[in-house]
Design a protein around this ligand. Structure first.
Ligand SMILES: *Cc1c(COP(=O)(O)O)cnc(C)c1O
Length: 425
């Protein structure tokens, strides 16, 4: 028996009763490296990227991986070697992508709160452009660029005011969002940018939200952005590229997001119809490149039957997997060794001292203490959001490539956690 268990995760399969990622038996990985452990499939990441590349075949398009989804250096190397650019949101992420071998010209810099110091460092690195999110940021960036004797390439992040139909915490393109420049103020902001001596206008950008599972918000945003492009160019400010941001959703449970290539066929048809098909296009996908490539392996510590609920206490917690606590997000939880034992309904919870520390609610599992489980769709916004809350060391990470396993991050120990702390004299 060999069956893929999650659409979008082609390399995660049961062979017989044992769960494999590519050609590696996950129970072996957990025993060798301990738990909690994140494991990522290189082939899954590359097949997710290939779907975008198919969608853009024959076009002038650049995929810039938004690394806040998963910023492990080895993951960045996989994408850099596959020809990706990167969308960064901090000076720390800039250093990460440079360390992973990216060229400055492959980097775009998003984010509402760039500091002068981050701007200076990005100018030194010769990045492709700054995605600027406010008029005050334009002024500051122009000043910093003048001090360093350069002109900063800028693209303005506009807020198309469309509802991405996703969780409010990951909706970013509505009025009232802290992100982007309001649609009706965009032309004025472009005129300001074009007049500032330290800036060079190169493009336009939008990013409407995350975990988007429908095509219509993208089409609406596209139309709104193209209306702006027409107005901005009519005012004498040419735009070299149009950047549509990221946001495409993945399967956690029963979502049915469009495939990346199918989505882009729809968007490219609209771009062609409106005469923008030849323009340089950029996108900033994060979750959809890595989310389904990763799993988090964890051990069952205790079963705790209760009056109203049964609890299954595991050794992974909200500090490793913050999405359920943060967004009430759903992750599938499956055994590494399938069994025919009768399942019981549990709330699967971690050891952290917070009621918000749950990983799955009302899950049917036939688990015993010592059993190993996999939390699925854990490649994005898990390890990159992990913390040391409760003085828990962050998990180890491995990259699976066929039958080969690369340890890409060692488990954090106590010394790592207190390295910057000082005892009183
Ligand atoms: C987070 C983010 C992305 C990536 O979003 P995903 O939903 O992970 O694809 C892209 N662009 C910007 C500006 C972001 O903040």
């Amino acid at each position: 028996m060999s069956a893929t268990i999650l659409p979008g995760a082609p390399h995660l399969q049961y062979r017989g009763d044992a769960l494999y990622l590519e050609d590696v038996r996950l129970a072996d990985l957990a025993r060798e490296h301990g738990t909690p452990l994140f494991a990522y499939s290189r082939a899954s990441m590359l097949s997710a990227l290939a779907a975008y590349q198919r969608g853009f075949a024959g076009r002038n398009a650049k995929v810039c991986y938004a690394l806040k989804a998963n910023s492990a250096l080895a993951v960045l190397q996989v994408f850099a070697r596959a020809g990706c650019g990167f969308d960064i949101v901090s000076g720390g992420e800039l250093e990460r992508v440079l360390a992973a071998g990216a060229r400055g010209s492959d980097i775009i810099f998003s984010g509402v709160g760039k500091t002068r110091r981050e701007m200076r460092r990005a100018l030194e690195a010769g990045i492709h452009c700054f995605n600027v999110e406010s008029e005050p940021e334009l002024e500051v960036l122009s000043g910093v660029a003048m001090e360093t004797g350069t002109r900063a390439p800028v693209s303005l992040r506009v807020n198309p005011d469309v509802n991405p139909l996703t969780h409010p915490y990951i909706s970013t393109g509505l009025k009232g969002s802290k992100f982007g420049i309001a649609h009706k103020e965009a032309l004025r902001a472009y005129q300001r940018a074009a007049a500032l001596p330290g800036l060079r206008v190169v493009g336009i950008d939008c990013h409407i939200g995350s975990q988007i599972t429908q095509v219509s918000p993208y089409l609406d945003a596209l139309d709104r952005v193209l209306d702006l492009v027409t107005a901005i160019e009519a005012a004498g400010i040419p735009l070299q590229h149009i950047d549509f941001g990221g946001g495409l959703g993945i399967v956690y449970n029963a979502e049915q997001p469009p495939a990346a290539d199918a989505l882009w066929q729809r968007l490219l048809a609209r771009l062609d119809a409106r005469g923008f098909g030849e323009r340089q296009l950029m996108i900033e996908p994060g979750r959809s490149l890595v989310g389904n490539a990763g799993v988090c392996l964890t051990e069952v510590l205790y079963l705790k039957p209760g009056e109203q609920k049964n609890f299954c206490v595991i050794d992974a917690a909200m500090n490793d997997l913050p999405r359920p606590a943060m967004y009430e997000a759903f992750h599938q939880i499956v055994p590494l060794q399938a069994t025919t034992a009768k399942p019981v309904t549990y709330d699967v919870v971690g050891p952290v001292c917070e009621s918000g520390d749950w990983i799955g609610r009302d899950r049917k599992l036939a688990a015993q203490p010592g059993d190993l489980l996999a939390v699925l769709s854990a490649g994005a916004y898990c390890m990159s959001m992990a913390s040391n809350y409760n003085t828990r060391g962050r998990a180890a990470e491995v990259l699976v490539d066929g039958a080969t396993v690369h340890l890409i991050r060692e488990r954090e120990d106590f010394a790592d956690q207190v390295r910057k702390e000082k005892l009183l004299p």
